[in-house]
Ligand binder design. Structure first.
Ligand code: GRG
Length: 297
């Protein structure tokens, strides 16, 4: 059931991203090609799916969320392109294909990332206008995105990560702080934007936020685990790279068994956060949490 839901929503997002990025006028062809090379490379589309599933859980039409969901995926893709650059992780493979800079060169990869980030805000503007969202809600959504993707969120997390480079024995609390921002903030931002679009009550928004941060941390732990025991063909990038780069990860700090235990515990806590709320039908979000617990890519 959940497998077919995720497949269906991922293909809805793929199609929307394709349509929204092929119509750039007066833009150098190679830039559009480079943006679309990474954007349409078949990621899991977790963040946009969370936007749609949250709106649906609040009993509203998911349609309104599509431009916002696409914008978040564009921001996520930009972060992956930049993260793979030689100046950062220096990775050769992502989403089952050569990384952007390996194909288009460092300069074009930087610019394709920049363009994806900037155009995401254009999508938000057009989506908000089309849905005739009240000004107050548009501002809240923009604030969420700037917080989640910016210096206080994802980028701040990445910087914390870089500052801890070559040290795989940092404190667990420091690792959690890195992941809360680097991974958690954009995931929380996806759920919170869905909550705003679905007009969640403030108590429900808080509960969904707790859900998203626990889910985000669980997602990161599973990412770390897959880098140790995953299948390279399925993940679409080499395994064992964290250990090779002496990266601080959950398995490196607390071991594989405890990492798995923590993953289960966080998933359970995430699920408990969103039970029994009067304006939320949480089944789909609960299924997504369970699916992520067992994901292999
Ligand atoms: C702004 C350069 C820059 C970086 C921000 C998000 C980030 C920091 C870097 C991306 C690299 C990374 C491993 C981040 C941790 C979060 C994570 C597990 C990303 C991969 O996301 P998935 O698994 O990827 O959802 P797909 O390809 O499925 O979309």
């Amino acid at each position: 059931m959940i497998n077919s839901y995720l497949k269906e929503k991922a293909s809805l997002i793929d199609q929307a991203l394709d349509e929204r990025t092929k119509e750039f006028k007066h833009v150098p062809e190679v830039l559009v090609e480079s943006m679309r090379y990474s954007l349409l490379a078949g990621g899991k589309r977790l963040r946009p799916i969370l936007v749609l599933a949250t709106i649906e859980a609040l009993g509203k039409e998911e349609e309104i969320g599509i431009p916002f969901a696409c914008a978040i995926e564009m921001i996520h893709t930009y972060s992956l392109i930049h993260d793979d650059l030689p100046a950062m992780d220096n990775d050769d493979y992502r989403r089952g294909r050569l990384t952007n800079h390996k194909v288009y060169g460092d300069a074009m990869a930087i610019l394709a990332g920049d363009a994806l980030l900037t155009e995401a805000f254009g999508l938000i503007a057009r989506g908000a206008e089309k849905a005739r969202l009240p000004q107050e809600r548009i501002i809240r959504i923009l604030e969420e995105l700037v917080y989640g993707a910016g210096a206080r969120g994802m980028i701040g997390g990445q910087v914390r990560d870089i500052l801890s480079d070559d040290n795989d024995q940092i404190a667990l609390s420091q690792l959690e702080e890195i992941h809360r921002h680097k991974t958690g903030d954009l995931i929380a931002c996806s759920v919170r934007i869905g909550a705003y679009l679905g007009e969640a009550r403030s108590e429900t928004l808080q509960a969904l936020t707790r859900f998203a941060y626990r889910l985000g941390l669980a997602f990161q732990i599973q990412d770390d685990i897959l880098d140790v025991i995953g299948d390279q063909e399925v993940i679409g990038k080499p395994v064992g790279s964290d250990e090779e780069k002496k990266k601080a990860t959950y398995p490196a700090i607390i071991g594989l068994d405890q990492s798995k235990e923590k993953l289960h515990q966080l998933t359970e806590e995430a699920k408990q956060s969103i039970q029994h709320l009067p304006d939320l039908q949480p089944e789909r979000l609960l299924q997504i949490a369970d699916f992520l617990l067992n994901r292999d890519r």
